[in-house]
Write a protein that binds this ligand. Sequence first.
Ligand SMILES: NC(=O)C1=CN([C@@H]2O[C@H](COP(=O)(O)OP(=O)(O)OC[C@H]3O[C@@H](n4cnc5c(N)ncnc54)[C@H](O)[C@@H]3O)[C@@H](O)[C@H]2O)C=CC1
Ligand SMILES: O=C(O)C1=NCCCC1
Length: 286
Amino acid sequence: MTESPVLLNKHEVERLLSYDDLITRLESVMGKFSKRDSSEIIQPVRSVVPIQQHNGFLGVMPAYLAAEGILSTKVVSFYQRAEGSSLPSTQATVLLFHPEHGNVIAIMDGEAITAKRTAAVSAISAKLFSPAFSEVLCILGSGQQARSHYDVLTKLFKFKEVRVWSRRKEMAQRFVNDLQGPVTVCGSVKEAVVGADVIVTATGASQPLLFGEWVKPGAHVAGQLAHTFPLRYFLRFLTNKVEVFAELGEIINGTFPAQREKTTVFKSLGNLFFHSCDPKTKNKMY
Ligand SMILES: NC(=O)C1=CN([C@@H]2O[C@H](COP(=O)(O)OP(=O)(O)OC[C@H]3O[C@@H](n4cnc5c(N)ncnc54)[C@H](O)[C@@H]3O)[C@@H](O)[C@H]2O)C=CC1
Ligand SMILES: O=C(O)C1=NCCCC1
């Protein structure tokens, strides 16, 4: 007879999931994933059901790590919310199964997992690609992802300055009021971005907000984009001379070199990673 599944609510997940453990673990699994060895990891592309009349989607994200006996899926909904809505945009549940018997062994809150996991992956990209002496962090957005990115990036790096922009200034101010450290609220995206070493885009915008000409050469952009944001936009508004360089796991594996001195972009959805072109190298792609 199977036992009842363990239930972990948001508070418990937040308490149990440390960024240190998460980063170590994610580096390991992303490296394995990029080897495309199905005996290690099976992780199909996310299945998505669009809920167009309500500006949302439902996604299912299964994964199986045979050697570790981990069989799991996240079920996640994402709805574009009006500014100041009390409802979260992302709501998720993670189910863990017994790999041998197929019964559910744990049901976990996925909102906290999504917030921390996504920020931890960006932090890995920043560890690999941010300028060696990164002093200025810029965060665009003031929602859940903005907060988790603030938490992990300020834990990992010693920034001299943190800037936040949000489409309504009072939301940025509310975000800052909840934090311990000093953060500057910026009145425009440009003001927040110019001179920043690490730039996090964490908004639901489906039109470009950030333009390449504002990005300091050598800076690293960690892009948490709306699923409705066309990838070609994200690349073009950054620069016309850009191409997919590698998956983050391929950099972790050493398949491709991390070139910290280049201007770099990590596109989080789908784990892709891009290097922007260095104009001095005459359109050569990195
Ligand atoms: N790569 C990944 O795995 C994940 C990506 N995301 C993406 O991260 C982004 C932020 O998600 P959350 O922080 O959870 O959402 P949230 O609802 O908590 O925060 C959204 C933020 O975006 C801003 N925003 C919304 N529409 C905007 C617009 N048109 N122009 C400017 N700002 C706008 C809001 O003011 C708010 O600051 C979303 O695009 C979401 O799709 C979220 C979770 C995981
Ligand atoms: O991967 C996820 O989890 C999400 N992706 C985009 C929006 C919400 C959650």
